[in-house]
Design a binder for this molecule. Sequence first.
Ligand SMILES: Nc1ncnc2c1ncn2[C@@H]1O[C@H](COP(=O)(O)OP(=O)(O)OP(=O)(O)O)[C@@H](O)[C@H]1O
Length: 275
Amino acid sequence: MLRTSGLTKEFGGLTAVDDVDFALEDGELCSLIGPNGAGKTTFFNLLTGVLTPTRGTVEVRRESGGWRDVTDATPYETANLGLHRSYQITNVFPTSTVLENVRVAAQAASNDGAKLWRNAKAFEAHREEARAILDRVGLADEADTAAESLSHGAKRQLEVGIALAGDPDVLLMDEPNAGVSSESVDRIIDLIEDVATDHAVLLVEHNMDIVMNVSDRVVVLNQGAVIAEGTPEEVRGDPTVQEAYLGGYEAGSLDADETATDSPDAGTDAEEGTA
Ligand SMILES: Nc1ncnc2c1ncn2[C@@H]1O[C@H](COP(=O)(O)OP(=O)(O)OP(=O)(O)O)[C@@H](O)[C@H]1O
């Protein structure tokens, strides 16, 4: 679905992403993990066209089976090619309702956006599509709630819903558990697993219980370079990964952000809304 070759990003003297060869297969749920500053966000930004690489290429598979080079594509172009990112690139309209946020995203993704206001049928179709998505991400009961009033966990669900409205082939999930209370972790796991049933997913997530639970494959970055990859079991047992990142991790030993309260104003989502 997606592949990179020799992907490198330098910021002055710092190599944030270092010669990464990566491929995401059709139907795969792959997690990208690594310590703070390992280059995960930079890698996402290179995939989606937010940043241009210093060297290397990014390609997405076309429906015809060939590959299209998107190394220099804009975020708008990569989204049109089926590469969608939940979270940091998402612009949630805070005062609009949850339903409106998803409906507008569905409208924007369709080719009839400009005609829409003259076409009540199309408007209704996008609203129905939005309702189906809200049902899928577990927000049907919050359809009429203003987005800004949602809990952190529900905001993450909305961000995934907005990404789904773009009808993606590949979903890049950027810390869907950020700021979510420990009681809501199971809901986020269910959401990731459900989305992965019909999309290729690349997940960046710090909660190792989630990563080890949901992933088909785990890729470990350290100082911009891939230091290991394999099944969750293989990666967990890799001494290099233990030393660089996991530090003795055992299942269940890392919980969700225990400081999170999952209330709308808990102040843990300061990074929201940034592109
Ligand atoms: N725009 C920038 N200019 C200069 N340096 C940057 C820039 N963006 C990121 N970096 C640096 O690149 C390195 C990788 O950062 P990045 O945010 O990609 O890591 P990360 O793995 O996503 O970290 P975290 O888990 O903390 O989010 C860090 O040393 C960071 O300081």
